[in-house]
Design a protein. Structure first.
Length: 332
């Protein structure tokens, strides 16, 4: 999202750059280079790195902080950058209620001009940080809609995709468990495609190994969206919490319907029987029932997918998001 936003802002004649605290080998580096987005990597805690970071940030009028981890890495600079326009965006809905996060946010609130959230649910979960005097806004994420998205559903198999980090809150194991509940005839009509990596990948692969009747493919990290969504018929989001899911928006932009947990910002995006289907988190029986329903009524996939694409074009275009942020950048 941040890379897409930078590209859209550059089209609006804004000078933009990304400061990353990651490694030079991170996938972000290659993507920024390919898309001609200026990127600097300055990590470390020495005075030399701190000085380099401050020199870079001082070149810009607006500093847009896109994650709690980035805010933490900038904590020593907040006093020196207080004359800049500092905006903090919370993309997730996690409450960040551990003591070290609370201490960080209660210190940072004196320097941030405004904080934005990608969903009302995320805003609500942030209340305990005491930012009541800091202007707060909900700014929806936006997505680039491909010029052409032709439905490519297969009739012999239902290809379900999961996209994201393989960590506990994403709960991808639920998808495997749901397919395991299906009868053998239905299982043979389903393919699972997992895109992503993380600490729980071994657990997912172990479950698959114990249930060989399930057809599952683990593709690892895939940077190109064009190599993900055309390879699936529907996206399944199994998370315990979400802000406004970029994965859901991307899938819809590619005319793919979405099955998602009824948490966070998911019900804002997924309108049952219009853009997709919702189910209760960790209710694998309900998820299995939805999958079986799609197998029986596979013709609905293309229609729901096209409706999802049209809805995203109308309500979640990247241009609308960039315009809203530009208004906040110039607000005083």
């Amino acid at each position: 999202f941040v890379i897409d936003l930078c590209q859209e802002q550059a089209l609006q004649q804004m000078e933009v750059a990304i400061l990353s605290f990651g490694a030079a080998t991170d996938a972000l580096v290659e993507v920024c280079h390919t898309r001609h987005v200026p990127l600097s990597i300055i990590k470390g805690k020495s005075w030399r790195e701190q000085k380099q970071r401050l020199a870079l940030l001082s070149r810009f009028d607006v500093i847009h902080i896109h994650s709690p981890a980035a805010l933490k890495s900038l904590v020593l600079h907040l006093c020196l950058l207080r004359h800049k326009h500092l905006i903090y965006t919370r993309h997730g809905a996690a409450p960040l209620n551990k003591p070290h996060w609370i201490r960080l946010h209660r210190f940072a609130r004196y320097f941030i001009k405004c904080v934005t959230f990608v969903s009302a649910d995320a805003k609500q979960s942030f209340n305990h940080h005491g930012w009541h005097k800091v202007p707060q806004y909900v700014v929806d994420n936006g997505v680039k809609v491909p010029a052409l998205a032709v439905p490519t559903s297969r009739r012999d198999v239902l290809r379900l995709g999961s996209v994201g980090r393989m960590v506990s809150l994403k709960s991808q194991i639920s998808l495997l468990k749901a397919v395991a509940l299906l009868g053998r005839d239905f299982q043979q009509q389903v393919e699972l495609h997992f895109f992503g990596d993380g600490e729980l990948r071994a657990e997912l692969e172990a479950f698959h190994h114990k249930n060989p009747a399930i057809s599952a493919f683990f593709h690892g990290v895939e940077l190109n969206r064009e190599h993900i969504y055309p390879r699936i018929d529907a996206l399944v989001v199994t998370s315990s919490t979400e802000g406004l899911s970029m994965v859901i928006l991307e899938a819809m932009a590619y005319a793919k319907p979405v099955i998602a947990t009824n948490v966070g910002g998911n019900p804002v995006l997924v309108n049952p029987n219009v853009t997709g289907w919702l189910y209760a988190f960790d209710d694998t029986a309900q998820l299995a029932k939805l999958i079986q329903q799609l197998l029986v009524q596979r013709d609905t996939l293309d229609d729901i997918g096209l409706q999802a694409r049209q809805w995203v074009e109308q309500h979640y275009s990247l241009a609308l998001t960039a315009k809203r942020y530009q208004e906040l950048y110039h607000a005083r």
